[in-house]
Write a protein that binds this ligand. Structure first.
Ligand code: NI
Length: 173
């Protein structure tokens, strides 16, 4: 296991639609998930998707106790999700600031659904199903977007609210 470099916006692998995982509990999958975890922790992220380290498989992970990048947000249980599916539970959306390890130094204001249920599997193939609201729901939507080749700048509706985080955090927080 090792810390991987994170691909940056513009890399073709980030724009690809990732493939469904068909085999669980494999040494390959375990090693991949450890690499994702180490990379995410080292870079200070609260979520990462497999394509960000160059692997186009439908795997995301997220979660934190305390985040320097998002100091005002409530903790999210640490979760690895394989083949995730999101079900939107209400039409309610809100705008929130997002960043991404693949878009270093930048933040944008992105609308996301507030209430979702997500389904998927852990690496053993056991079903995970959870209702998530607010920031938890936002993070899951952001990570799952990566599996369809979508990065947060593509979700920004008003490009005035996209810029460098040192500038934005100074103005808006
Ligand atoms: Ni991201």
């Amino acid at each position: 296991m090792s810390i991987k470099s994170v691909l940056k916006y513009g890399n073709k692998k980030l724009a690809a639609v990732s493939k469904t995982v068909t085999e669980f509990s494999t040494p390959y999958l375990r090693a991949l998930i450890q690499d994702m975890q180490e990379t995410m922790k080292t870079k200070g992220g609260i979520g990462i998707a497999a394509p960000q380290i160059g692997v186009n498989l439908r795997i995301v992970m997220f979660g934190f106790e305390k985040s320097e990048r998002y100091p005002n947000e409530a903790p999210i249980p640490f979760t690895t999700l394989v083949n995730p599916v999101i079900e939107v539970l209400s039409d309610a959306m809100s705008d929130g600031w997002e960043g991404c390890l693949s878009v270093p130094g930048l933040r944008g204001l992105v609308p996301r659904y507030l209430n979702i249920q997500y389904h998927g599997f852990d690496i053993e193939g056991k079903v995970i199903s959870r209702i998530a609201n607010n920031f938890h729901a936002r993070v899951v939507q952001h990570e799952c977007d990566h599996l369809d080749g979508i990065l947060f700048p593509q979700r920004i509706q008003d490009m005035r609210y996209f810029g460098f985080e040192d500038e934005i955090l100074g103005v808006h927080q």
